[in-house]
Design a protein around this ligand. Structure first.
Ligand code: NAP
Ligand code: 12T
Length: 339
């Protein structure tokens, strides 16, 4: 990428839950944007989004949308990314893609800057942003892996509805309102009622009985950590929370790590906020992490059922560190290397 004093940045999916957050975070972090180009479907073309003090018109995504674009942040679903990311890259943009379309591609770096920043330089036009649940997991586990080598991870997620997008956030609101006025809820986005419920089902089921979301936690963790020997098994659960994914995580390490040693490592770790003081009822909740940049870690305990085991509770804002913030951080690192 060529160094510039200001870059032309396209946001594909600019009207969505993640895209809206991307535009906010670009402004908040003063990313050197010369021109911002918000793109979405024909449904919202003509709508307006604000960026700094500008009022920008959303344009319909077409094959010609990427002329002159330096960086294209994609968050409009995997089908759109599969079709348009190569078009954007061919037009000269570096794509930072939030969907699952390109993550496991051999020539596509999958990046969490705190963990594997160096991979950015290997890109061939497309850089992938990991799944929200993977990002917060690897930010917290990397320092423990470096210190004691993690052999196995057992993770159960409690994922908020904003991970699915704006329609799912509306659905939780509408079902809650219906139920509180003694009406029948009408699930549309999810296969079952999500209000006052939880669903052990995120993304599609595979013949193995696992969901795709569960397999992303295994495959993406190995790719980002650069270690195919790590064993990961996952159960992913949707919960009636608006913003913030939580994870109950059990790890087994090669070397012994006490809970206090883990706390000391996490206290120093980039992007982590240690939030662990049960005596004062301090442990992370989604409401604590929502709107924040850090990955919150608490409830650190030694697992006495194995020789070298720890339990942790990891919470982050899935729209920020889990999606938009991580993508903007990748863009920041990308332009630091520009010359
Ligand atoms: P959302 O709130 O439903 O927003 C979807 C966005 O995509 C909207 O801006 C929508 O535009 C746009 N879009 C849909 N169809 C389009 C089309 N045919 N052409 C152009 N734009 C189109 O969803 P979201 O939560 O922001 O998520 C969007 C995608 O990001 C997800 O599908 C997923 O791939 C990815 N994502 C990744 C993570 C992660 O784990 N890192 C987290 C969340 C989401 P309109 O408003 O015009 O319909
Ligand atoms: N099904 O980008 O529904 O792989 O929370 C992110 C979020 C897929 C992804 C969700 C999903 C992704 C969800």
């Amino acid at each position: 990428m060529k160094h510039k004093s200001a870059y032309t940045v396209a946001v594909v999916g600019a009207t969505g839950a993640v895209g809206t957050e991307m535009i906010e975070i670009l402004a908040e972090r003063k990313f050197p944007v010369g021109t911002l180009r918000p793109l979405a479907s024909a449904r919202t073309a003509g709508d307006r989004v604000s960026f700094h003090d500008q009022d920008l018109v959303v344009r319909e995504l077409t094959r010609d949308s990427f002329e002159g674009v330096d960086i294209a942040l994609f968050s409009a679903g995997a089908d759109i990314s599969r079709e348009f990311a190569p078009i954007a890259a061919k037009a000269g943009a570096v794509v930072i893609d939030n969907s699952a379309a390109w993550r496991m591609g051999k020539d596509v770096p999958l990046v969490v800057p705190e963990v594997n920043r160096a991979a950015i330089a290997t890109h061939k036009g497309i850089i992938a942003n990991p799944n929200c649940s993977t990002i917060q997991l690897v930010v917290a586990l990397k320092p423990l892996h470096d210190a004691a080598r993690i052999k196995r991870v057992v993770v159960t997620t409690f994922q908020s509805v904003s991970g699915t997008g704006k329609d799912a956030m509306d659905e939780l609101m509408e079902e809650t309102q219906a139920l509180l006025s003694f009406k029948e809820p009408e699930p549309k986005v999810y296969p079952h009622q999500i209000a006052f419920n939880c669903l052990p089902h995120i993304d599609d089921f595979l013949p193995s009985g696992y969901t795709k979301e569960e397999m992303k936690l295994l495959e993406e963790t190995r790719k980002i950590m650069g270690d195919d020997s790590i064993l990961v098994t996952a159960t992913t659960v949707r919960v009636p929370v608006y913003v913030g994914h939580s994870e109950s995580v059990n790890i087994e390490t090669e070397q012994k790590l006490s809970a206090n040693e883990a706390r000391a490592l996490l206290c120093e770790a980039p992007g982590v906020l240690l939030y662990d003081d049960p005596a004062h009822k301090i442990y992370p909740t989604p409401l604590d992490a929502a709107g924040k940049d850090e990955v919150y870690v608490g409830r650190i305990r030694e697992d006495a059922s194995v020789p070298n085991g720890l339990n942790l509770w990891i919470v982050a804002d899935n729209l920020r560190k889990g999606a938009a913030l991580n993508a903007v951080q990748i863009a920041e690192e990308l332009i630091k290397d520009a010359r």
